[in-house]
Design a protein around this ligand. Structure first.
Ligand code: CTP
Ligand code: MN
Ligand code: MN
Ligand code: MN
Length: 371
């Protein structure tokens, strides 16, 4: 088959874990549109559509150049009819009317506002929306019974919807490290999630905590949270106990995304450095601190590589890693282990590189996992 001069043939794997996806790319006008449709599908609890649009956007993120004409899409995976129509509209009219209508829609805006509250998922938001609640003000007026997490979400709504900066993430890392080392010298703290992928901002800060002598990490988390609480550094905390040892369903049920590490979902009270010098300023208008969502996960050392891979993201990258393992390799991957279903054996790994090798994948560093 002959190619015209301007046709580029792409060889791109259909799984996000087969591609390098940098943070900055050349197709944001298309990916912003597709990701808005993905978000809307997620808010409508349409998981199939959500993933389809996310996959399409992800493929465009991995392209080395901007898409200028429909022919540029030839041979690319994961671009369904609907996604192609959106791209075509943008190429032809500079925008997509479907995307604009969705953005303006009352339901999209209400669901986005409500799920933007910490502790409120799609199901709860949907129920409230049907009762006529469309934003935070409506919710406060309705005076519904909220759980402790949601109360925190309402109370610190503005702060928690402000992006967390890299500098704030680093400061929190130092605080967590100080707490952990005061209680268990030799423990190791790793910044993970979006910041490990090189993002400059995030919706929260994610940490893994481990100790090279496995077992020493047991019982650490409540002490760490107590240490922070005693110093007035927390606004909210909820510890979920480790349930891995009791879990009998894995690897029989590897599809569950949720791992079973002991973890804490928390909200830190982060002192702002610029506010310290203004302590004498008693105008009392804005607080001298900022509420920041922090996730801390405690990991037994032998599972660290798997936990690191599982908590670095992106979400789509993780999803495709597990799908690749299951569909292409007959293996089952989660944040604890990798299991070869045919040989009926666990595959050990002490680094992410080894896990990629077990999976027959080229190693992709964290900053190229922004699928
Ligand atoms: N994760 C997980 N189990 C959870 C929550 C998150 O395994 N209960 C994983 C997600 O799949 C993701 C990583 O942990 O890979 C970080 O999750 P999250 O903080 O939600 O996303 P980020 O990629 O860090 O994005 P953001 O910057 O918005 O925080
Ligand atoms: Mn369609
Ligand atoms: Mn995060
Ligand atoms: Mn998180």
């Amino acid at each position: 088959q002959r190619l015209t001069a301007c046709t580029v043939v792409h060889t791109m794997g259909a799984y996000a874990c087969q591609r390098k996806t940098p943070l900055e790319h050349h197709n944001t006008i298309f990916t912003d549109a597709l990701l808005l449709l993905a978000e809307n599908a997620e808010l409508c609890a349409n998981e199939g559509r959500n993933v389809a649009f996310k996959r399409a956007a992800s493929v465009l993120k991995a392209l080395p150049r901007p898409v200028r004409q429909m022919e540029d899409l030839q041979g690319l995976p994961c671009l369904g009819e609907h996604s192609q129509r959106v791209i075509k509209d943008i190429l032809e009219h500079g925008g997509s009317s479907e995307v604009e209508m969705t953005r303006q829609s009352e339901k999209y805006q209400a669901m986005k506002a409500l799920t933007g509250i910490f502790g409120v998922g799609v199901k709860t938001a949907e129920r409230w929306y049907r009762e006529g609640i469309q934003d935070l003000a409506d919710l406060v007026t309705a005076d519904l019974k909220l759980n402790r997490e949601q109360q925190t979400g309402v109370k610190y709504y503005d702060h928690l919807n402000m992006p967390v900066t890299e500098a704030e993430a680093r400061t929190i890392g130092q605080i967590v490290e100080k707490a952990v080392h005061a209680l268990l010298p030799g423990a190791e703290i790793t910044l993970t999630g979006g910041f490990r992928r090189g993002k400059k901002t995030g919706h929260d800060v994610d940490f893994l905590v481990t100790h090279p002598e496995e077992g020493r990490e047991e019982g650490l988390l409540p002490k760490v949270m107590g240490w922070l609480e005693a110093r007035d550094l927390l606004l909210y905390q909820k510890i979920n106990k480790n349930s891995y040892l009791e879990a009998k369903e894995w690897p029989a049920r590897p599809s569950s995304n949720m791992d079973r590490f002991e973890r804490c979902f928390s909200v830190f009270k982060l002192e702002c450095p610029w506010a310290a010098s203004e302590k004498s300023n008693q105008s009392g208008e804005s607080p001298s601190w900022k509420a920041v969502r922090v996730d801390i996960v405690v990991v037994p050392f032998s599972q660290l590589a798997f936990a690191l891979l599982g908590w670095t993201g992106s979400q789509l990258f993780e999803r495709d890693l597990r799908r690749w393992a299951a569909q292409e390799k007959g293996m089952s991957l989660n944040s604890h282990a990798l299991y070869d279903t045919k040989r009926k054996q666990y595959l050990r790994a002490s680094s992410e590189e080894e896990i990629f090798a077990h999976l027959g994948l080229e190693y992709i560093p964290p900053w190229e996992r922004n699928a």
